[in-house]
Design a binder for this molecule. Structure first.
Ligand code: ATR
Length: 292
């Protein structure tokens, strides 16, 4: 069922803050979900320059906000304005979702859970006892690594161009999850090839593949039908890595699933209602921004 939006004196606000946010698909997906449930709320994109962040955060309760998504470059910077954060967000030191409740600001991170939920829903795979290779060691890699460690996967290998960055992510992860086996490597060489061969799931969190001429971050000859290959990028939908996976007979998923499920989890936090994932998925797929 879909309801018309009618703005009332009580309309709650939701939105995404970042710099830039103009390409965000979240408004399209979240407004479709709000309309579906007939919820009197509106989700908007807010382009916030760094100098305005403090003022924005302080004004949220007075402006009748129910919540926010937070994207680059504010996932770490918003922490200091929050009254409480979940254990996972505290360990990560990053928040992508804020709930405004009775004047208090509560921080969550739904990125990692969005990834594992997408893997289960669309790849039919739970990570328990699997080996995962994470390509990259930035913010997205960190959120995924912490969440899969909580899920009890067997081994995590973090492969990054700058190996020292992968090593510092390993140290942080190992501090909170001493029972998980964690390895690091560069993006080529024997260790890397062995990590690819012994992993069931490969996930690319780097920006390699977003530009038209980029190569596949893992050469196709290293991939096989036993792999599930995920690229968290969704522009383009079919990255060079996913094309290489397809040619090698591997299963593959693009980044729309992670975007969808992190948003579905946020919707639930703000509204207490089950997110209409099919409605949200249709809204994403019809976005002109992601058409090839
Ligand atoms: P995000 O928060 O989106 O994860 P980030 O923190 O800027 O973004 O991290 C970007 C990731 O992409 C890093 O792992 C980066 O590798 P380095 O740590 O070596 O910089 C990786 N990356 C970016 N451009 C790359 C390239 N041309 N080749 C390989 N890795 C690249």
């Amino acid at each position: 069922m879909s309801h018309k939006v009618s703005l009332t004196g009580k309309t709650r606000l939701l939105g995404i803050i970042g710099h830039p946010v103009k390409g965000s698909l979240s408004p399209r997906m979240q407004n479709a979900a709000l309309r579906h449930h007939g919820i009197d709320a509106l989700y908007l994109p807010f382009e916030i320059p760094p100098s305005a962040l403090a003022g924005v955060m302080k004004a949220l309760p007075a402006l009748n906000f129910r919540g926010l998504n937070v994207t680059i470059p504010y996932k770490e910077k918003v922490l200091r304005y929050l009254d409480e954060v979940t254990e996972e967000a505290r360990q990560l030191g990053a928040v992508n979702c804020i709930l405004v409740d009775k004047g208090r600001l509560l921080g969550y991170n739904t990125d990692g859970a969005g990834f594992t939920t997408a893997l289960k829903a669309e790849g039919g795979l739970s990570l328990r006892d699997e080996n995962i290779l994470i390509l990259g060691a930035g913010g997205a890699a960190k959120a995924i690594a912490f969440h899969v460690a909580r899920q009890g996967c067997r081994r995590i290998c973090i492969a990054n161009r700058t190996v020292s960055r992968a090593s510092s992510l390993r140290r942080r992860l190992q501090r909170f999850h001493p029972g998980v086996e964690i390895e690091v490597s560069g993006l080529s060489g024997r260790n890397f090839r062995e990590a690819v061969a012994s992993s069931q799931v490969l996930v690319n969190t780097t920006s390699v593949g977003m530009a038209r001429r980029d190569p596949s971050i893992v050469p196709g000859r290293h991939l096989s039908p036993s792999h599930l290959v995920v690229d968290i990028v969704y522009k383009p939908l079919r990255t060079p890595l996913l094309r290489a996976a397809e040619r090698s007979g591997a299963r593959f998923l693009n980044g729309l699933g992670m975007l969808l499920y992190q948003g579905a989890l946020a919707f639930r936090i703000w509204t207490g209602r089950t997110a209409p994932v099919d409605v949200m998925k249709r809204a994403l797929r019809s976005a002109p921004e992601i058409r090839p």
